[in-house]
Design a protein. Structure first.
Length: 713
């Protein structure tokens, strides 16, 4: 093929030079450049050589190579006993389908072949991965890293990525995109609460609704790395891949290593970048499409104190307020009276449940609710029957155990017998109790993670085996739904989400903390896949006190659930919670299928977000105060995403329709609503109510007709 590729979808253009003989390179990734011949762009993209550089322009491919003159981070690093450290791949074959390209290349001297795959979805989301194969029949090639990249233009002057910790995940951080390498490495053996999550580069000051932005995400649930790199010659790249521990991938003759998918999303504003991820996830055949049931999880109600009478009483109250799925959390299996023992012994504890879980399951089902169960299959307590029988199944290096975390170690799934044991136990539980939902937890980092008996690094294999286990269970039980929980939100990535139906965003149910956690988790994950629960009045994790409306209104914009001992809630709280549940059930078709929008308000204490129906007929917005504002009243807020040519009736939405504020004065438009065009709401906005800190209100927009306000009689 001697023509450049120009893919266009969802307002995005990708111009790709795959004409060889070197590896393919991207000439343009960004806003749609129209239906034109991309060939002149190749000539226009060749930079001028400058002093003290090589004499020819350096072609920077999807997998940059030192042999082409690239002095930045190489796309492939590795060696064959010190040899073949620098590759010179040449294209041998190109296979093309609509918006999909596979490029085969080879380096005969290094004894390596390469496959690069790149795809674009119908909404303009990109993804690519690379596979390297050892063609040398006589020696091993050690892969140290395989890092695909996407180029970004010099207009990207700011980097946005994330950090975090347990109970405060996905904290955004910004810095200038200067010359050098911004490298984020995660060695936790799981995605990590402090992962970069999405690494974005954009115009300085970029917001949800403004500024061009390019972002990448590594779809991998183990160790990983992301980088933003800008050279002194002005070349700028975003890249990412698996972080391989020393010696973790050594390719025998004929063996291959494939990188995880690296996703790339472009948009004018973070909302547009986010929409591409949401649309991709929703387009997959396995994406959950049934209404997301209201969940009650028992953890903060009973902890390890399992008692049939207490749990059936909790189920009774749950059914009364409208719960649709009852999930039994930690404490149901052998020896599990606290978190120091029992992990690995996946048998129902006969001393607590002499008739098994059947009495509780039957009671829950008789109330019209589905039944779910908590498990933590990848972990093991040293104080367990399994560890005593098979100490060699613990992920460990040499003759030592790693330091404990939450009194537990990691079960080495690289042992086929350990894998088979877990598969049998989980399969048996799912079958016996016809469980519809698993809360799959993972509560510690993989530290000093060696595979016995040799003690080789084991994170790569462990991650692949977890995927294999999930895939096999889904094949045997296609109706089961699985939640990815990992100390809360420490395993949130598109690798695990290929195999699960939702994520637990955080172990923190404090509604104020959740406002931020859910806001940024939603950059990648759509609301129906984000577990969001109403906790008790006093937060279990922070000690803060919040109104029920603030807690429930925060949980509304996710997969709604409850983490609260409802048997101790008063009748007024139960009725108010039931009102919120009725609202959730009425709105979940909109909330879980519509477009998520966020507004950039100048007051950092006032957060505005909402969901707009696909047909633009309606929308629901929330205005939440996260602190005491700098000024009062807060001024107007813009409500984006509506049809600019239609008129909408805007009105407060019960039960969050009461303005709780100092002074108690009325807001003129609030009592009877107001009609404005979608363009007016997006550009001019409406006056926001004055609210006490840590309060919220809901606003509903309903389209009244298709004429603009100026055209109405």
């Amino acid at each position: 093929m001697d023509e450049l590729l120009h893919w266009r979808a969802g307002g995005v253009s990708l111009v790709l030079d795959h004409t060889g003989p070197r590896l393919p390179r991207i000439l343009h990734w960004g806003a749609d450049i129209g239906d034109l011949d991309p060939a002149p762009l190749k000539l226009a993209s060749i930079p001028q050589p400058v002093s003290n550089t090589i004499d020819e322009a350096v072609p920077v491919s999807l997998l940059p190579e030192q042999s082409a003159g690239w002095t930045g981070t190489p796309g492939l690093t590795g060696h064959r006993d010190g040899r073949a450290f620098s590759t010179f791949f040449e294209t041998t074959q190109v296979s093309q389908e609509p918006r999909r390209l596979a490029v085969h290349a080879r380096d005969a001297d290094a004894g390596l072949s390469l496959l690069i795959e790149i795809e674009m979805t119908e909404d303009g989301l990109l993804r690519q991965r690379a596979t390297v194969t050892n063609d040398d029949p006589g020696s091993v090639f050690q892969v140290d890293s395989l890092t695909p990249t996407f180029p970004v233009p010099t207009e990207a002057g700011e980097i946005l990525d994330f950090t975090g910790r347990h109970k405060r995940e996905r904290i955004p951080q910004r810095q200038p995109f200067t010359v050098g390498t911004r490298l984020r490495e995660n060695r936790r053996g799981r995605t990590g609460a402090d992962s970069s999550y999405i690494l974005a580069a954009g115009e300085t000051g970029l917001g949800f609704r403004s500024g061009e932005v390019w972002g990448v995400h590594v779809a991998w649930s183990g160790n990983h790395r992301t980088l933003a790199e800008r050279t002194s010659t002005g070349v700028s790249l975003l890249g990412g891949g698996e972080l391989l521990l020393s010696g973790e991938v050594r390719l025998a003759p004929g063996a291959s290593y494939r990188s995880p998918w690296l996703y790339g999303s472009y948009g004018s504003g973070l909302d547009a970048l986010s929409h591409r991820f949401h649309r991709y996830l929703r387009s997959r055949p396995q994406h959950p499409r049934t209404p997301r049931p209201v969940i009650l999880n028992t953890w903060e109600a009973v902890y390890f104190d399992h008692d049939l009478t207490k749990l059936t009483a909790l189920a009774d109250v749950a059914a009364q307020v409208g719960v649709e799925r009852f999930v039994l959390d930690d404490g149901w299996f052998r020896h599990r009276r606290n978190d120091r023992a029992g992990l690995g012994d996946w048998y129902v504890d006969e001393t607590v449940w002499p008739k098994g879980l059947h009495p509780l399951v039957d009671h829950v089902r008789a109330l019209g609710m589905g039944f779910g169960l908590w498990v933590e299959p990848e972990m093991i307590n040293v104080d367990s029957d399994l560890a005593r029988a098979h100490p060699e199944w613990i992920l460990a290096t040499g003759g030592r155990l790693p330091p404990e975390a939450r009194h537990q170690q990691v079960l080495d799934l690289g042992h086929e017998q350990a894998y088979a044991y877990l598969l049998e136990r989980l399969d048996a539980l799912l079958t016996e109790y016809d469980i519809e939902y698993l809360k799959w937890d993972h509560n510690r980092d993989l530290i000093d993670a060696g595979h016995s008996p040799g003690g080789e690094a084991g994170v790569h294999t462990q991650t692949l085996q977890v995927y294999r286990l999930l895939d096999e269970l889904r094949a045997r039980h296609p109706g089961v739904e699985i939640e990815s929980c990992s100390s809360g939100g420490s395993r949130v990535d598109l690798g695990i989400l290929e195999r699960t139906d939702r994520i637990w965003a955080s172990d923190c149910n404090d509604a104020l903390e959740r406002q931020a956690i859910q806001r940024w988790t939603g950059l990648l994950v759509p609301p129906e896949m984000v577990g969001a629960h109403v906790g008790p009045t006093v937060s279990h994790t922070t000690g803060r006190v919040h109104t029920l409306d603030f807690r429930a209104g925060t949980a509304l914009f996710g997969h709604f659930g409850i983490e609260w001992d409802l048997t101790k809630a008063g009748p007024d709280d139960r009725e108010r919670l039931a009102e919120w549940i009725r609202l959730y059930k009425r709105l979940r078709g909109l909330l879980h299928h519509g477009t998520v929008v966020r507004s950039d308000h100048p007051d950092p204490s006032l957060w505005v977000h909402g969901v707009v129906a696909d047909d633009l007929s309606e929308a629901v917005f929330t205005l939440a105060t996260t602190a005491t504002p700098v000024w009062s009243p807060p001024g107007r807020v813009r409500l984006p995403g509506l049809d600019p040519h239609a008129v909408y009736r805007l009105a407060p939405l019960a039960p969050a329709d009461e303005i709780r504020a100092p002074g108690g004065n009325r807001l003129p438009w609030w009592d009877h609503g107001v009609e404005l065009s979608g363009r007016t709401l997006a550009v001019a906005g409406v006056q926001a109510p004055v609210l006490f800190p840590e309060r919220l209100v809901l606003i509903q927009a309903i389209r009244t007709n298709s004429a603009t306000a100026g055209q109405r009689r």
